[in-house]
Write a protein that binds this ligand. Structure first.
Ligand code: MG
Length: 390
């Protein structure tokens, strides 16, 4: 692709560059005043799906409190962590940012509980995967440009958005699906956005869990990566308030794991000696990663969050409600698509006629996946609560 490039001159030879880009699905004139990956990022920020992330759950449902992460603040934290690392590794910061901001665009309302429920409802119709849905949002569902469906993002951005994918789905996806079949890797920028996602949620879920009182500092003493930094903080700053100590610890944990990631990844790259982004793609295993010690500590933290936070009875109660809402909405719309708002009704009717029941189910799933938490709750009330206005 020829265009104005705002990237530093000195990107590593294995970084993704516009010069080596595989381009967009629908060819477009190059942008005049910005680079192609900047254009990707800007399209993502202007999309409806991005704005909806404001009202989508990360772990805590939006109405539980104003300070908890939502999917939009989560995505921004991912982008910020990923950008710092991209710059340190001399790879494409703008592409990394674009992938990070887009990675959760296909997320359902109510976080993983919503996605599991929609997947269960869609079982007979090909299932539901939020990664694949993120790609579907940017490729098909955003409907705002005159010349094409979707956002028409570059291959590199789409490759990064599709982090995981079942083989049966990969076979239908053409170029971006191929690496799952051939067991190859995406670009370093995509690998990095994926790990930055993990760093962001592990740390902000600890912070949100503490804020909600569902886990305590005492509980966290069994998590080495947290406890080590926490002890240093209270030794260095005796008398520090609990809130400050939590924040100071979290920033030190992030700094510690980010430094390890940069060191380990740089060493992996030095050993593999890739000369181009295609050398990166051809590898059987990713090059972006933690050292063995930190990987183990990250797994310990994940286990802790799984057992103590994600399975806390208060979180499980909310999840149960969420599952009920999502599956009942799905059933109601499948039973009678005339209950859908007109524009979705029209799509469901048309695709059912031309492509059958699975396509109708997909149209219903698209509608539900696009909902924010509060919209889903309201829509459920409108359909199931006789006292509610329709
Ligand atoms: Mg995420």
């Amino acid at each position: 692709m020829q265009s104005v490039s705002r990237q530093p001159e000195s990107l590593a030879p294995y970084a993704s560059t516009e010069a080596s880009s595989r381009g967009r699905r629908f060819p477009e004139d190059p942008p005049e005043h910005r680079g192609e990956y900047q254009r990707d990022r800007d399209r993502i920020i202007h999309s409806n799906a991005f704005r909806r992330l404001v009202y989508k759950t990360q772990v805590f449902v939006n109405h539980e409190g104003d300070l908890y992460r939502t999917r939009v603040t989560h995505s921004m934290e991912v982008a910020q962590i990923a950008r710092s690392i991209a710059r340190a590794l001399n790879i494409n910061e703008t592409l990394t940012e674009a992938i990070s901001l887009a990675h959760d665009l296909g997320h359902t309302p109510f976080g993983h509980a919503g996605q599991d429920a929609l997947n269960a409802s869609m079982k007979r119709y090909g299932g539901f995967e939020h990664n694949l849905q993120s790609l579907r949002v940017v490729d098909e569902l955003e409907d705002r440009y005159a010349a094409f469906h979707g956002l028409n993002l570059t291959f590199e951005c789409r490759e990064g958005i599709l982090k995981h994918c079942a083989l049966k789905n990969a076979r239908q996806l053409g170029d971006v699906g191929r690496r799952f079949i051939e067991r190859k890797q995406p670009s370093l920028e995509a690998q990095l956005a994926n790990v930055a996602d993990e760093i962001a949620y592990n740390n902000h879920d600890v912070d949100d869990g503490l804020r909600a009182g569902l886990i305590t500092l005492d509980d966290l003493s069994e998590v080495a990566v947290f406890d080590r930094q926490y002890r240093q903080v209270i030794t260095l700053y005796p008398g520090i308030t609990a809130r400050k100590a939590i924040h100071e610890t979290t920033r030190r944990v992030i700094n510690f794991v980010v430094s390890d990631l940069i060191r380990t990844t740089s060493a992996n790259i030095a050993k593999a000696r890739p000369r181009s982004v295609d050398d990166i793609r051809d590898r059987a295993r990713p090059l972006v990663g933690f050292s063995t010690g930190v990987r183990k500590e990250e797994q310990e933290l994940k286990r802790f969050l799984n057992e103590r936070l994600y399975r806390h009875y208060k979180v499980l109660r909310m999840n149960a409600k969420a599952r009920r809402i999502v599956s009942q909405l799905f059933e109601a719309f499948m039973e009678d698509y005339r209950l859908l708002p007109p524009e979705h009704q029209e799509v469901a009717q048309r695709v059912e006629r031309t492509q059958g029941a699975s396509a109708k189910a997909r149209a219903v799933a698209d509608y539900i996946a696009g909902m924010t938490d509060r919209y889903a709750i309201l829509e459920h009330q409108r359909l199931f609560d006789p006292a509610e206005r329709t």
